[in-house]
Design a protein around this ligand. Sequence first.
Ligand code: SF4
Length: 360
Amino acid sequence: MLNIKHTICPSCSVGCGINIVSNGGKVLGTYPYKRHPINEGKNCLNGRGSVEQFEKRIISPSLVKNDELVESDNETVINLIKDKLSSINSDELCIICSGKNTIEEFEVIKKFAESFGTDKIGFYGYNFPNFDGELASYDDISNAKTILAIGDVLRENPLIGRRVIISKENGGTLISVDTVEKSNTALNSSEHIKVDSIGEFINDMGEIKDKLDGETVILINKIEDKDYFNPLKELAAKTGAKFLPIYKEANIKGAMRYLTSLDAEEIKKFIADSKALITVNTNLLDFLSKEDIKGKSFIINISNFEDDFTRLSDLVLPGKPWTEKSGSFINSEGLKQEFISSVISDDENLSEIEIFDKLT
Ligand code: SF4
């Protein structure tokens, strides 16, 4: 029988509602959540495609031998992890999470790290550092007189892009900044500034500064270095502009409340200094090279889907995909959104929370 359940889109940090269509525990597809106040009945292609990765789903706990996953079981893999952890010092364990983890998972994983005694824990934050402070709301974007968009917000976060278009329809001006000549945001802007790096633009904004005021919203979804972030935030504070970073993963804002945002170099150093590495729903090859990882540490990979990093690991536990768990994400504008599992599966895989409970 067809089952349709509301949940939150995992494909970026906007926090759109999405419906999961399933049959007998198998995800068949998605369709937009009509009454959700953020996306008002629309989902972008990234959101609609968020279930395509299910084709590469890892079906059981596994050992990795000669770059191939060899099927095992929970007890064997958990015992092997316990053996490994009992053979190292507390500061030789490093844990890398991601913005795909729920708030509830961060709480349990952080507790595990504290009880083990390691402070080498964090998540890859795409060069956005932890920060506090007031944020622009999504309504502020629709009502802005000027929008400065850094990165291709219209292509990568289309439901924020929709708010940008509403601002334009109300007479607002869109200024685009990117390292590429052509982008969806550039095409819709009244001024596109092509730069060699976002950092170069942030350090030298020229006349753009004079166009920013209390009716401006600065959107940013791309930054190459954590050091560029504070100057941008200070500029927003000085000009009175509102400010909103948008992230590639649904719960980066939530991750910032619990863990340290790490960049690629910091993660590389953590790995080099560790004898065991636990990764949770992240593919380190998205930002490190094989040489940075292979042979450096014993890798325990908690991951729902097979990728090139899974085959570099030593042990794999599948955890549960977001469709099969309940929890909460915090979206870009700081709204905590709870969701419940939309599919019941009959596999015996442990959830991320159950895995860390067994290891604590
Ligand atoms: S804008 Fe982001 S959250 Fe909304 S549907 Fe697209 S990928 Fe999902």
